[in-house]
Design a protein around this ligand. Sequence first.
Ligand SMILES: *[C@@H]1O[C@H](CO)[C@@H](O)[C@H](O)[C@H]1NC(C)=O
Ligand SMILES: *[C@@H]1O[C@H](CO)[C@@H](O)[C@H](O)[C@H]1NC(C)=O
Ligand SMILES: *[C@@H]1O[C@H](CO)[C@@H](O)[C@H](O)[C@H]1NC(C)=O
Ligand SMILES: CC(=O)N[C@H]1CO[C@H](CO)[C@@H](O)[C@@H]1O
Length: 375
Amino acid sequence: MEFFTVLFVPLFIFPLPGVTAINYHDRIHVPAMFLFGDSLADAGNNDFIPNSTAKANFPPYGETFFHRPTGRFTNGRTAFDFIASILKLPFPPPYLKPRSDFSHGINFASGGSGILDSTGNDMNIIPLSLQIRQFVANYSSSLKQKGAGGVYSAKTHLSQSLYVISSGGNDIALNYLLNTSFQRTTSAQDFVKLLLSKYNEYLLSLYHTGARNFLVLDIPPVGCVPSSRLAGMKAWNGGCLETANKLVMAYNGGLRQLVVHLNKKLEGATILVTNSYDFVMKIIKHGKSYGFIETKSACCGAGPFNTAVNCGLEIPKDKRGEYKAFLCKRPGKYMFWDGTHPTEKVYKMVSRQIWHGNSSFISPFNLKTLILRRH
Ligand SMILES: *[C@@H]1O[C@H](CO)[C@@H](O)[C@H](O)[C@H]1NC(C)=O
Ligand SMILES: *[C@@H]1O[C@H](CO)[C@@H](O)[C@H](O)[C@H]1NC(C)=O
Ligand SMILES: *[C@@H]1O[C@H](CO)[C@@H](O)[C@H](O)[C@H]1NC(C)=O
Ligand SMILES: CC(=O)N[C@H]1CO[C@H](CO)[C@@H](O)[C@@H]1O
């Protein structure tokens, strides 16, 4: 019940074109930003799911920027918070957060979720399919119920807004690679095809609801996060988990093809797709030239790669002699905040690349170009 009400409200208060909210001297006008996906985008939805076990609701999460945990899986803002600021929008509030103002966007993302419904379902999170349905079902029905003027402004609002999706890493790292019977019944190639066919469906349902401007995130090298290095410490000396990275690369290649195809097929739509994989790999290899002193171990956590004991969790008694509770002094010098997520510093760099990066990071062009072309 609550879901419907909160989604319904903003449609009545959309600024009409030509009224106060639009500043014609400012060509960068995007009325709202809608976010979907996993912990790279979640800004606290999981905190409002009582039995979810994928939460970042304890210190020191958030300590660098917000100075308190917000449910974001990092020390500060996510890449999409930075994008919101560039677009002069507030950080899109979590869909499940009571009494939020959704007039400039909603964040539907849920940490631990994936493209497949089976991903993360033991953690009580919201799969991507449901995130999309929550948006589509309620926006479509409220559009139908509006009078002519209302439909017009709601349609404009939806078509000028930005839709961002970050998903897929968990399908590989937390689902397929951990489930041997899944691997037996479905080849890697078919698994990637399955992910992309679902992704195609989600993009189409957003399009049919009225979305036109999309930003789609490729999967970063999940095989190189501290927890993957820890998992393979003995077998390959703490290098990257290549089985994961190979799947990621296969998926990313397919995603780019899908985006090229949909950009031709979907009239009036533009889908931007990133290449965060190569960007993150470059930083891992040449950390110093990007201002990082550490690109392998987490800033927060303890034990090998600072991830054998998770960030912010209490250290078990029997491990106290072995591990020392550890939080790095300068998170801005670390690539990774915890065992699986980057620091705010990396997110800031990624957001800059999304905004004005060249074709080696984002295609067919960057977000700035998309927005200037539209207005
Ligand atoms: C978690 O809560 C939801 C409803 O809030 C319920 O449907 C689900 O069964 C619960 N899961 C577990 C494992 O308790
Ligand atoms: C593993 O994958 C199989 C086949 O897809 C599925 O039926 C099963 O539920 C999965 N197991 C777990 C623990 O997720
Ligand atoms: C793209 O930008 C990066 C720096 O962000 C630079 O290293 C690279 O040479 C540029 N590539 C092209 C094709 O301009
Ligand atoms: C798909 C979805 O989230 N639909 C929601 C829309 O609003 C109704 C009415 O409150 C909810 O019951 C649905 O769950």
